[in-house]
Design a protein around this ligand. Structure first.
Ligand code: KIV
Length: 287
């Protein structure tokens, strides 16, 4: 398998081949996803919810993104690794955005950074891309703005909003983004944006009209309680983990585990020597 890059992904878009992306936040899972042939892994700030149990992504810090991001970065031989810039790590200024994007690239071994917003974050996108760092933008439902939206709601509904989402996408392209996530955008609008931009469009709740798709892995593996309309559960790993852990619990308590198969009897000393040790040292409770 060949490492996915900005070039190979752009060629896939040109050929009309769909691009697969999935979120991931740790080394061992990233290795499995990388081996499975996924084109790209997104270390999303959704980790605030999936890994840390927050209600939204706002509390996630740069230092936390670095810890999760570098675990994934080390695992990926083939997948193109995108790491999210967390809330307030780029909004303040272009300088702040460049410093934090640089940290992500250096410390995580990422291939690109992602940030949320349209026209308002164009100066940040221009400044980051000017440093040779590929940027994935994110328009439509941008979870870091959940408080402004009044909840996680579909965006681009109605003519005015549809124009706003399209113009945001065109603006981030002009600023230098090579990829854009379209989140919770109606299908025909997502297809229109995909037709109007050279950027790779990655949809989540935005239909098959995009160049590729991304899903949060715990959602599609059946490991979360929430199943938004746009999520397909491809497996029930949560149920499998639950039954494996309850079987382990049962076997530990019954003494069935560990059996001889899972111990090292050949390394034991002779019974004679163990008898000597037994006589030399007191049992618990012996005076
Ligand atoms: O943080 C994340 O996982 C994301 C995806 C939902 C696109 O931004």
């Amino acid at each position: 398998m060949k490492k996915n890059t900005v070039t190979t992904l752009a060629e896939m878009k040109k050929r009309g081949e769909k691009i697969s992306q999935i979120t991931c936040y740790d080394y061992s899972t990233a290795r499995i996803f990388d081996d499975a042939g996924i084109n790209s892994i997104l270390v999303g700030d959704s980790l605030g919810m999936t890994m840390q149990g927050y209600e939204d992504t706002l509390p996630v810090t740069m230092d936390e993104m670095i810890v999760y991001g570098r675990s994934v970065g080390r695992a990926c031989k083939n997948a193109f690794v995108v790491v999210d810039m967390p809330f307030m790590s780029y909004q303040v200024s272009a300088e702040q955005a460049v410093a934090n994007a640089g940290r992500i690239m250096k410390e995580c071994g990422a291939n690109a950074v992602k940030l949320e917003g349209g026209r308002t974050v164009c100066p940040q996108i221009s400044a980051i891309t000017a440093c040779g760092i590929p940027v994935c933008a994110h328009v439509g439902m941008t979870p870091q703005s959940v408080n402004s939206f009044g909840g996680f709601k579909v965006q681009g509904k109605g003519e005015e909003n549809a124009r706003r989402v399209l113009e945001d996408a065109l603006a981030v392209e002009k600023a230098g983004a090579f990829m854009v996530v379209l989140e919770c955008v109606p299908p025909k609008l997502a297809a229109l944006i995909t037709k109007k931009t050279r950027m790779i469009t990655i949809g989540i709740g935005a239909s098959a009209g995009c160049d590729g798709q991304v899903l949060v892995y715990q959602d599609m593996m059946g490991m979360s309680d929430l199943t938004p309309k746009f999520v397909k559960r491809f497996a029930e790993i949560g149920e499998q983990m639950k039954s494996a852990v309850s079987e382990y619990d049962r076997e530990v308590k019954s003494g069935e585990f560990p059996s001889a198969e899972h111990t090292y009897p050949k390394s034991d000393c002779s019974d004679e020597f163990l008898g000597v040790l037994d006589s030399e040292y007191k049992d618990i409770g012996e005076e």
